[in-house]
Write a protein that binds this ligand. Sequence first.
Ligand SMILES: CC/C=C\CCC/C=C/C(=O)SCCNC(=O)CCNC(=O)[C@H](O)C(C)(C)COP(=O)(O)OP(=O)(O)OC[C@H]1O[C@@H](n2cnc3c(N)ncnc32)[C@H](O)[C@@H]1OP(=O)(O)O
Length: 306
Amino acid sequence: MAVLLNGLRLVSSGNLSLHGIKSLQYKSTRILCQLPCKSSYQGRPFSNKNMTVELDNNTGVAVIQMKKPPVNSLSLEFLTEFAINMEKLEMDRECRGVVLTSSNPKIFSAGLDINEMYGKTPEHSGEFWRAVQEMWLKLYGSNMVTIAAINGSSPAGGCLMALACDYRIMADNPKYAIGLNETKLGIVAPFWFKDSMINVIGRRATEHSLQLGLMYSASNALKIGLVDQLVAQDKIMTHALSVMSEWLAIPDHARQITKSMMRKPTLDRLLTNRESDIQNFVNFISKDSIQKSLQLYLEMLKQRKS
Ligand SMILES: CC/C=C\CCC/C=C/C(=O)SCCNC(=O)CCNC(=O)[C@H](O)C(C)(C)COP(=O)(O)OP(=O)(O)OC[C@H]1O[C@@H](n2cnc3c(N)ncnc32)[C@H](O)[C@@H]1OP(=O)(O)O
């Protein structure tokens, strides 16, 4: 996948490599990364409106705060913006860690934007799925330390984002739920969603979880290891930054090589099957029966409100 970023053409396919080690550098200023409006993505108009990215040059830690109303659903535009921001941070020698969180006090992310999967052309579906893959490749394959500060519910694609991070801290609120609930929508979590979950909670728990499309309360997510810690909502960012400092105390090169060793087989599996995975998604999502399921699900979401 190629993107134009600040005039530089980037060809991306995941980031972790034994050679991609960053040197440690610190600066004393605080900057707000806002990509220029003129940035382009495969010829599409681009705007950086779905998240803010704030890099603290003292600590080398960036906070990506998702802010797409109403529920941070992962649209093509959102995913494109996310991948470009991750690429930019990855290339920034001063950035060593990323905390991913949400500006919505109740929702981390509602997962993939269902409107992107309903009533769309095969071309659009293919482009959308490539962007979903790219988001995961950038996050799962990042050289940086990645921490999800899950300050609200996080179904499906939202859970995938959290699973792709190195560490997950969830707000201790019984109303929040997290999980890969795809089967409940009549759709199937692809193999790399499944692999991401297996690598965090193990095979048996994943099978149970995926077949039933289970959503876990924060406390049950902690019990099965889907999240690593629960903390009070108002302490979640402070805590995430404190955990980050522990991870950053490890020399980057040793941690990055270890991370690559652990994650490379999972990344390679998608990289070598990328095109067939897209084709599989397009074929699956284009079926009348799946379109019907998605239509009913969208209607149910709207009715639930009223
Ligand atoms: C071969 C492989 C094939 C396929 C693989 C596909 C893998 C798919 C992965 C996914 O991520 S699918 C998406 C799964 N997500 C969900 O099931 C979440 C659904 N949403 C909810 O459960 C709730 O909305 C909530 C996130 C818990 C938030 O609840 P809340 O009560 O706060 O808000 P409300 O329900 O009123 O929603 C507000 C507004 O947002 C719209 N919405 C919600 N989720 C989505 C979504 N994922 N995509 C698009 N739009 C979404 C909802 O309809 C409301 O819209 P409205 O204001 O216009 O009525």
